[in-house]
Design a protein around this ligand. Structure first.
Ligand SMILES: Cc1ncc(COP(=O)(O)O)c(C=O)c1O
Length: 412
């Protein structure tokens, strides 16, 4: 084998030494057998880069183009200035955990103990990773519903488990109960739910939770409920949280994200609520992945939650106005869509425009030729249906951004 000809699947790198040969250590060739051979640069990074290169409006990655509340941002500065700059407690700042517990009681009717059931993490992604590492053992199966968020599978693989991909049923992206029942077996360790659902914007209802409880009753398996868009539910619908379901909560990790809720995705601060025994296992992992979240951010979030409880109750209307604006503006386009029931994503069918392009090609074409970046949804699948002609736009954008993007999209 030579440096220029490594075997498939094996990375090769040479560490360069100093120019003087006498001082140069023996060349070290590092042979790496990747633990995640299928993982490359994510589509979110690629599309955001392409948007930046081409000057396109970036409706691809899920983040707002506006800032979080001023009082929240000011509070961070205040806490940094007043010396809140050392490690936070491993489980999270007590004041913030208390706020999460109070919110869980007020919104979902569940009295949780802030000390033993709430853990603050550096982002929901880290909470998801820790929950999976805490539970999944080599040989275990984890059921995920495609299209699904991209962090689940690598986390499961690193734990030695295997994802069993079931497909949500398009066009409404509902659960396929027959497939789920068939997939359950003695190796099933975990089921990952995501509601409101990225990328489809669909919701799981209370009746779904009841049906799920019935289906898994008596089985030795757990739930991971990714509810980072818990407050982004529209048209007067209610978010059916696993936190509101006694039987399911008893075996669940429920994850949320302050980044999504307070328009500060770059803060990467989230939390997980789980019964004490599950929280204890998650914390064993969390304390060696990061140990704790960022201290001044936690102080600021605790202050803001205490002072502005109205923020979360105003979120549905705030995002519904954006969804309605974007959808109303697109009515005259050739895209076909049903307004999202939740999240800040809108799927659109482009069959009437370029049926010859697959969705990755379509997203690139939209970005390069029409100046609007989107995300192809096939990347959220293990094996996407070949006739899929859907791309995802993020409408967490200022009115002028949405207007200009829609103007360009309507011109196609
Ligand atoms: C479904 C889903 N889960 C988790 C996350 C990650 O949240 P965080 O930024 O807090 O890690 C995202 C972010 O896009 C998401 O869409």
């Amino acid at each position: 084998m030579t440096a220029s000809n490594p075997p498939a699947g094996i990375g090769y790198s040479c560490l360069p030494g100093p120019r003087d040969p006498a001082r140069r250590p023996a060349q070290i060739a590092t042979m790496i057998v990747s633990k995640l051979p299928h993982v490359g640069t994510t589509i979110f990074t690629r599309m955001s880069q392409l948007a930046a290169q081409t000057g396109a409006i970036n409706l691809s990655q899920g983040f707002p183009d506006y800032d979080g509340p001023e009082a929240l941002r000011e509070a961070v500065g205040r806490h940094i200035a007043s010396g809140h700059n050392q490690y936070a407690p491993m489980t999270g700042l007590p004041a913030l955990r208390e706020q999460v517990a109070a919110k869980t009681g007020a919104l979902y009717g569940r009295a949780v103990d802030a000390d033993s059931e709430v853990t603050i993490t550096p982002g929901a992604t880290q909470a998801i990773f820790c929950a999976i590492q805490a539970l999944v053992r080599p040989g275990d199966e984890v059921i995920v519903f495609d299209p699904c968020y991209d962090s689940y599978e690598p986390s499961v693989e690193l734990a030695g488990g295997r994802c069993v991909h079931l497909q949500l049923q398009a066009p409404a992206f509902t659960l396929d109960w027959t497939a789920l029942e068939r997939a359950l077996n003695a190796r099933t360790r975990l089921i990952v739910l995501n509601t409101p659902h990225n990328p489809s914007g669909s919701l799981i209802g209370r009746a779904d939770l009841d049906r799920l409880a019935e289906l898994i009753r008596g089985r030795d398996l757990y739930l991971l409920s990714d509810e980072v868009y818990e407050h982004l539910v529209f048209d007067g619908l209610a978010h059916a949280s696993v936190l509101s379901h006694d039987e399911l909560y008893a075996r669940a990790f429920v994850v949320s994200s302050f980044g999504k809720t307070y328009h500060v995705t770059g803060w990467k601060t989230g939390y997980v609520v789980a019964p004490p025994a599950l929280s204890a296992e998650l914390r064993k992992v969390h304390q060696y992945v990061s140990f704790c979240g960022v201290t001044p951010l936690q102080y600021a979030l605790a202050d803001f939650m205490a002072e502005h409880p109205e923020h979360v109750s105003e979120l549905p209307a705030f995002y519904q106005a954006k969804r309605d604006l974007f959808c109303d503006l697109l009515v005259d386009s050739r895209f076909v869509f049903t307004p999202a029931a939740g999240t800040y994503f809108q799927l659109v069918d482009y069959s009437a425009i370029r049926p010859d392009l697959d969705d990755v090609q379509m997203a690139e074409w939209l970005t390069r030729e029409h100046g609007v970046a989107a995300i192809p949804i096939s990347v959220f699948y293990q094996s996407a249906p070949s006739d899929l002609r859907l791309v995802r736009f993020c409408f967490a954008k200022r009115e002028e951004t949405l207007r200009e993007a829609a103007r360009r999209l309507c011109a196609i």
